[in-house]
Ligand binder design. Structure first.
Ligand SMILES: [Zn+2]
Ligand SMILES: [Zn+2]
Length: 447
């Protein structure tokens, strides 16, 4: 049987941050024209799907939306994330070999707790897909490789304490670009050390660098980790024409990356070169997914003379790759108490800024350092001193005592009356609880 590639286009006509915002529907319209002009939809094995909507529970399984899922998402968000789930089902049933959700709004800056929009994102489409697949099909190990020029701080945050989800991101150095994170020392919490890997790149790097990172770091790490599924957060703002960033990747480079990575599902993230980049990059990615030749894809203004890397930057990237590779190889031999202390609960404070909605969030995050499972996770979050939230999350493979303690935490927080909202995510039983203190209403969703 011919192996098939599933595509979903969802340009979200009725959703925009503002009329002139770079994250807008034209991002997909030019691509769509290009794909039709090239006759891609007529290629044997290419199948277009219409997206479905994800439901509130699919979102509550991943995010603590304040004050509610309903208040943080629009229909466009439900469709964009639903498109990823649709392709996930099609891959799992064997109907397609791989798929590409060309959707917006994007998602990789949306963290576990959601008070508003960060970096154009409210909810994280890939994370919603990962937890849906784990819940519905019992998958255990999944890898997300993020090729957006911005560090996917939301995806990193969601899986930072989860040893079964490997998150690898290469991106323009956070010292030079939003969101200012994604450094080599961000490696996961004490229960998931090494399953977050960041490769910050100096501005101006070209396709050779992407190829080097993939061949000499991403692929060998994936080979060790043996994920059951690979998801690509397919951001295209590493392209040389992107107006928001400073990298020099081309559509052909993205094609080669996709050919090597062989993602099961790619989900569009950023990319703001509406006419000069997206149509070509998307075309190259689709061709690489289908196994057809992408080498003829070339931007009209491409001039190879303008794509030379600086020697010192090449050396710098090489050192980063070697350092991360060594850290990965040694991940089980590291004395975690030296890094995280030896308390029974690992605790960290975080300040999170929502650049789109101008919200400052303060968080205290606590993880149980359990030896029988990856430990439950508590978050206290507040904004402006007037919204205080308690959240507790039970992982998929939680031990009995972590499950009990997490429920105790939820009921204690509810009884305390000092929080406006109290949440519990029980991934083990696929149940979410939500308590609104003001109205004393408790809601419940399940998968
Ligand atoms: Zn981006
Ligand atoms: Zn446990």
């Amino acid at each position: 049987m011919q192996s098939r590639t599933g595509l979903i286009f969802f340009p979200a006509f009725d959703w925009a941050i503002s009329k002139t915002h770079p994250e807008r529907e034209e991002r997909l319209l030019y691509t769509r024209d290009q794909i039709f002009e090239e006759g891609i939809m007529d290629l044997p094995g290419v199948e277009e799907y219409t997206p479905r909507v994800s439901d509130f529970h699919d979102i509550a399984r991943v995010h603590f939306c304040i004050p509610s899922v309903r208040s943080q998402v629009t229909e466009a968000h439900l469709i964009a994330s639903g498109a990823a789930l649709q392709l996930g089902d099609a891959v799992m049933s064997g109907e397609i070999k791989n798929g590409f959700a060309l959707v917006r709004p994007p998602g990789h800056h949306a963290m576990k707790v959601v008070h508003g929009n960060r970096g154009f994102c409210n909810i994280n489409n890939e994370a919603i897909l990962v937890d849906y697949l784990r819940s519905k099909y019992g998958l255990k190990k999944i890898a997300i490789v993020d090729s957006d020029v911005h560090h996917g701080d939301g995806t990193q945050n969601i899986f930072y304490h989860d040893p079964d989800v490997l998150y690898i991101s290469f991106h323009q150095d956070g010292r030079t670009l939003f969101p200012g994170t994604g450094f080599t020392n961000e490696l996961g919490g004490p229960q998931a050390y090494g399953t977050t890997l960041n490769i910050p790149l100096p501005p101006g790097m070209c396709d050779e660098t992407m190829d080097n990172v993939v061949s000499n770091l991403v692929l060998p790490v994936l080979e060790d980790f043996q994920p059951e599924l690979i998801i690509n957060s397919a951001g295209q703002d590493n392209h040389y024409s992107d107006p928001l960033a400073n990298m020099r990747f081309t559509s052909k480079g993205y094609g080669r990356f996709t050919e090597k990575l062989k993602p099961d599902i790619a989900v569009l993230e950023g990319g703001y070169g509406i006419e000069g980049a997206l149509p070509y990059v998307n075309l190259a990615i689709i061709l690489a997914l289908t196994g057809f030749d992408y080498s003829y894809v070339s931007e009209p203004d491409y001039d190879p003379e303008l794509f030379k890397e600086k020697k010192e930057n090449v050396n710098n990237v090489q050192q980063t790759i070697e350092y991360i590779r060594k850290t990965w190889d040694n991940r089980y031999n590291i004395d975690l108490n030296k890094i995280f202390g030896s308390e029974k609960y690992y605790k960290r404070r975080k300040s999170i800024f929502y650049d789109t909605d101008f919200i400052n969030e303060e968080q205290v995050e606590k993880v149980k350092r359990c030896t029988n499972c990856s430990g439950y996770n508590e978050i206290e979050s507040k904004i402006r001193d007037d919204v205080k939230v308690y959240c507790v999350s039970i992982p998929f493979y939680a031990c009995g005592s972590c499950r009990d303690q997490a429920y105790e935490g939820y009921y204690r927080a509810k009884a305390l009356k000092q929080y406006d909202y109290v949440f519990l995510q029980d991934k083990y039983n696929d149940v979410c609880l939500y308590f609104n203190n003001e109205s004393s209403i408790e809601e419940y969703t399940e998968g």
